[in-house]
Design a protein around this ligand. Structure first.
Ligand code: HEM
Length: 159
């Protein structure tokens, strides 16, 4: 189940990166930090998936509960035991290193939204989105999606 979810996640990431590169408005809003974040996010996902497929699905199985799990638990309670990672297979080591680097980058990237509580949305006034005529978007509107013309202010006036 984890492997199936991982493959879907990688496919979703590929679709979103493709959209970010090919839609001009989205590409213009992409920073260097976003690109760096995608590298580490993609690498973490890829190494995690590869490690599971290579060692757990097709290999003889690796007992991460006796190595990676206690290593993580001890780290969380400020009693680091790096020796627990010494015998861990390379793909798992790469998975954990890229994940830790991703965690270090996290606060400086748009992933920071994960920790935001958008309570203000409940109380703030509505935002009215209006496009300026000459800058309606990067693409011509599709059939059936033509913008509605602004009403003539003269006709809106009461008699
Ligand atoms: C330091 C933090 C992390 C540790 C210690 C860790 C550890 C592990 C371990 C032990 C597995 C193998 C599980 C199994 O064989 O059943 C795994 C798989 C995986 N991890 Fe991580 N991981 C970490 C962070 C992350 C992050 C941040 C992501 C995603 C951005 C991620 C995505 C995955 C994926 C997609 C798999 C493969 C699917 C699966 O095995 O279920 N991991 N990870």
């Amino acid at each position: 189940m984890g492997t199936a979810a991982a493959v879907l996640t990688l496919a979703g990431l590929a679709i979103l990166v493709f959209r970010r590169r090919t839609v001009p408005a989205v590409f213009l809003a992409t920073t260097v930090m976003d690109k760096l974040m995608f590298v580490f996010l993609g690498a973490t996902l890829l190494f995690g998936t590869l490690a599971t497929v290579v060692y757990q699905v097709f290999g003889s199985g690796f007992h991460y509960r006796e190595t990676i799990s206690p290593w993580m638990r001890e780290l969380m309670i400020f009693r680091p035991r790096p020796e627990l990672m010494l015998e861990v297979p390379l793909l798992f080591q790469l998975h954990v290193i890229t994940a830790l680097l991703l965690f270090a980058l996290w606060p400086f990237t748009r992933l920071v939204h994960v920790f935001s509580a958008p309570v203000g949305y409940l109380f703030r006034p509505y935002i009215v989105y209006r496009s300026r005529d000459e800058l309606r978007g990067a693409r011509a509107p599709k059939r059936g999606w033509d913008p509605i013309e602004a009403p003539d202010p003269q006709r809106l006036r009461r008699p």
